[in-house]
Design a protein around this ligand. Structure first.
Ligand SMILES: [Zn+2]
Length: 248
C-alpha cells in the first residue's frame, strides 16, 4: 500500500483504487492524534486515553473532505444496508454498507478483521464490508458482490475490490478450526492451524465474478504491524478504519 499524510493523519491507500476517478478512500492507523492526545481510536474502546472516538471520526472526515461518515454496529453477521446518509436513529446492526450517494464515507472499524471495499465508480456505486473470519466463512464477500448487482445493477465484472489490512496468514491461528470453520475453508489452511483469510476473500470475489486483476490486497498483517490496532496482539483495544466514498 502507499502512505498518505493528510492533516497530520497517517493513512494508507491502495494504489489501484487511488487512481480511479470519482472515488476517495483511506485506511487509517493509530497514528494521527499525537502522543498528547492518544491514538486515532475510531471505536472509543482502546487503552489510549483520552480516546474520543467522535472527535477522531470528525478528524478523519475532515481530512478526507467528506460530507459525512456512515458506520453501523458491526455484529459479525452478513447483513448489508443500502444507505443515503439520511438514516434516522443510532447506527443499525449490520456488517456491510452500500451507497450511490457522493460525499458519503462508508466506514468499517477494525482491529484484525478485514474491510473489503467494492467499487464501481463509473456506475456510481460503492460498498464497504466488515469481513472478519466469521463473515469470511459465511460468504460475505460474495454476498456483497451480489448485493451491488441486485440493488444497483452493477455487474461483478465492473467492480474493483480492495482487501484492507487484517489478520495475516502469519498470525491467523485458529486452534478450533475444525469446529469454527466450514469444511470448504480447508483450502486456505497454510499451516497446522493457520489460515490465509486474504486468500479466502480473494477466492470468493473471483468465484462471484470479480476480475482477478481488479482485486487489490494490502498484504499487511495487523498483528505484525504496530501502527494498527490489533485485538489478537493487544486484547481489548481501539479501532482503526477503512473508508470509501464516491466524490464528484
Ligand atoms: Zn502477522
Amino acid at each position: 500500500m502507499q502512505t498518505l499524510n493528510l492533516n497530520g493523519l497517517h493513512l494508507y491507500q491502495f494504489p489501484g483504487l487511488a487512481r480511479l476517478p470519482g472515488l476517495r478512500h483511506a485506511v487509517s492507523t493509530r497514528d494521527g492524534a499525537g502522543a498528547a492526545m492518544g491514538g486515532l481510536d475510531l471505536g472509543n474502546s482502546g487503552p489510549e486515553r483520552p480516546a474520543d472516538a467522535a472527535a477522531n471520526l470528525e478528524r478523519l472526515r475532515l481530512a478526507l473532505g467528506l460530507e459525512r461518515l456512515v458506520y453501523n454496529r458491526q455484529v459479525h453477521g452478513t447483513d448489508i444496508l443500502a444507505v443515503n446518509g439520511a438514516e434516522p436513529g443510532p447506527p443499525a446492526a449490520a456488517d456491510g454498507l452500500a451507497t450511490d450517494r457522493p460525499g458519503l464515507g462508508l466506514l468499517i472499524r477494525q482491529a484484525d478483521c478485514q474491510a473489503l471495499i467494492l467499487a464501481a465508480p463509473r456506475r456510481g456505486v460503492i460498498a464497504n464490508l466488515h469481513v472478519g473470519w466469521r463473515g469470511n466463512a459465511a460468504g460475505l464477500p460474495g454476498k456483497g458482490v451480489a448485493f451491488l448487482q441486485e440493488r444497483y445493477d452493477a455487474a461483478p465484472s465492473e467492480l474493483y475490490a480492495a482487501i484492507s489490512p487484517g489478520l495475516g496468514a502469519c498470525c491467523g491461528q485458529f486452534v478450533n478450526w475444525r469446529r469454527e470453520l466450514p469444511e470448504w475453508f480447508a483450502q486456505f489452511r497454510v499451516g497446522e492451524d493457520r489460515f490465509d483469510l486474504e486468500a479466502a476473500t480473494r477466492a470468493q470475489l473471483m468465484a462471484a465474478g470479480v476480475r482477478p486483476e481488479r482485486i487489490e490486497a494490502s498484504g499487511l498483517c495487523t498483528v505484525c504491524r504496530p501502527e494498527f490496532y490489533s485485538h489478537r496482539r493487544e486484547g481489548g483495544t481501539g479501532r482503526f478504519g477503512t473508508v470509501v466514498a464516491l466524490v464528484n
